[in-house]
Ligand binder design. Structure first.
Ligand SMILES: C[S@@+](CC[C@H](N)C(=O)[O-])C[C@H]1O[C@@H](n2cnc3c(N)ncnc32)[C@H](O)[C@@H]1O
Length: 455
């Protein structure tokens, strides 16, 4: 008989633990083990299963610096590193008291009882005392204004002197939910009618395929979700897809042979396919994606949307996946710090540091330098990130232009009604404020047509 230890099935083990305990463990994975939220979600972490758990995890992350400040006021001694889980437990309780208006007795009872599950019974008195103190204090509204690490506040102030306050405010609020209508399946008017019939309120945008919901909805409850009539995609990402299509039009090839170099989860890829079809633009689009799990996600989504795609696993810093035919346009939606999406991914501000920014810059330059060899003369490369850091944006483009004499910047026609756009020396920012979109950057580079290379 095999007597080797077999772990119990995940749901049997987790069923024995309280939701709050599991939530605390998810928070510990982020703060102590530096695992990001997207990874935990993709692993279906039991600490993020229920809506209330998500509310607590996202809430603590979003308000972390504020909550931490309050904790310092209520505790004269800081906890040891090994008791960081107790600190996170108290912050979760504070979040419920300040932001969820949960009755204090419920917060205190539930939070204190988790100490036993954590096998830290000694912390019960401390947790009880801090939460009760907090419950008796009125916090002035002005205290709730900022919850960013100090270095990030300083940077935003310096880089976006006009808009930094609006950006900071956005980073403290829940993001909106935007949809992209799959115009290959249903026309925009008919889909809007379906939303009206389902009593789902929305706002229109300048683009027929993009709408912003007044209140987020579970995706499966959206009309036409299962048969691929709609996708969830931030409005800024839709705008970037449109700008890319403009570049395709302007580069004037009769047959477009496009590469989407960092494809997953496929939002821009599918949008571009839909737009090319709608606008009668000839050609086809290849994709590569480094991460096999993310590649599977793209393929699953393609199935739901009814798109037939040609996306394979590949590393854009190498060319072993390339069959040798030159592309007329390349989209590099580069891996980046995601600092423009802190409202949606509040763990980013916790896990970010200057070393990571430079590591991303290195990867971004490697990707651009490698893919340049696959671009046809006269072709265009559209570079974008969801970062607000110059090191990942203009600076990358400048460094690239310096070493490629056959490259030159192209104009991007940003629509005049784009309220959150700001021009930079090499491209544009879409800034995350006023609930318009996440933060993005884009730049377009063309390959000089007189180059010796041929298609
Ligand atoms: C910003 S996301 C792309 C989003 C996607 N374009 C969309 O619109 O849904 C960046 C993607 O690049 C992938 N990636 C990172 N490094 C890569 C590399 N060296 N080669 C190819 N893909 C890479 C990441 O796994 C991630 O899926």
């Amino acid at each position: 008989m095999d007597r080797s230890f077999k772990p119990a099935p995940k749901n049997r083990m987790t069923k024995l633990k309280s939701l709050r305990f599991l939530t605390n463990r998810a928070l510990s994975k982020i703060f102590n083990d530096q695992i990001n939220l997207n990874i935990l979600l993709s692993q279906q972490d039991p600490g993020l299963e229920k809506p209330i758990q998500k509310e607590l995890v996202y809430g603590v992350l979003r308000q972390f610096y504020f909550l931490e400040e309050r904790l310092k006021v209520y505790m004269n001694k800081s906890l040891k590193n090994r008791d960081n889980d107790i600190k996170l437990l108290i912050l979760t309780g504070l979040y419920q008291i300040y932001f969820m208006k949960t009755p204090v007795y419920a917060v205190v009872n539930e939070t204190v009882s988790v100490c036993s599950e954590m096998k830290k019974v000694w912390a019960k008195g401390l947790v009880n005392a801090v939460l009760r103190k907090a419950a008796h204090e009125k916090i002035p509204k002005s205290f709730l204004q900022s919850s960013l690490p100090a270095w990030l506040t300083v940077r935003l102030k310096k880089d976006f002197p006009e808009s930094h306050q609006k950006i900071e405010n956005t980073f403290l609020t829940k993001p909106n939910m935007s949809l992209r209508i799959n115009t290959g399946k249903i026309d925009s008017q008919s889909y809007r009618k379906k939303l009206n019939e389902s009593s789902i309120d929305f706002q229109s945008t300048p683009y027929e395929e993009a709408i912003i919901l007044d209140n987020p909805q579970p995706s499966e409850e959206l009309p036409g979700w299962s048969n691929g009539e709609v996708s969830i995609q931030d409005f800024g990402a839709v705008l970037l897809g449109r700008l890319f299509i403009d570049q395709v039009r302007q580069s004037n090839f009769q047959e477009n042979w496009i590469l989407d170099a960092c494809a997953a989860p496929g939002g821009k890829h599918f949008h571009i396919l839909e737009m090319m079809k709608k606008n009668g633009l000839g050609g086809s689009i290849d994709g590569i994606e480094l991460n096999p799990n993310r590649l599977n996600t793209v393929l699953e989504i393609a199935g739901r949307l009814g798109h037939s795609v040609d996306i394979k696993q590949g590393d854009a810093r190498r060319l072993d996946w390339w069959a040798g035919r030159k592309y007329t346009q390349i989209l590099v939606d580069a891996p980046c710090t995601s600092s423009g999406t802190i409202a949606r991914n509040p763990d980013v501000k916790i896990l970010l540091n200057s070393k990571k920014i430079i590591e991303f810059q290195k990867q971004q330059l490697q990707i651009l330098n490698t893919l340049w060899k696959t671009l046809a003369p006269g072709g265009r490369l559209f570079y974008c990130t969801c970062s607000l850091f110059n090191e990942e944006n203009d600076l990358v483009v400048k460094k690239f232009l310096e070493v490629h004499p056959d490259s030159s910047l192209c104009n991007i026609d940003m629509p005049a009604n784009t309220k959150n756009s700001v021009a930079t020396s090499c491209g544009w920012y879409l800034l995350p404020f006023d609930n318009i979109s996440d933060g993005f950057y884009c730049s377009a580079i063309s390959k000089v047509a007189s180059s010796q290379e041929s298609l």
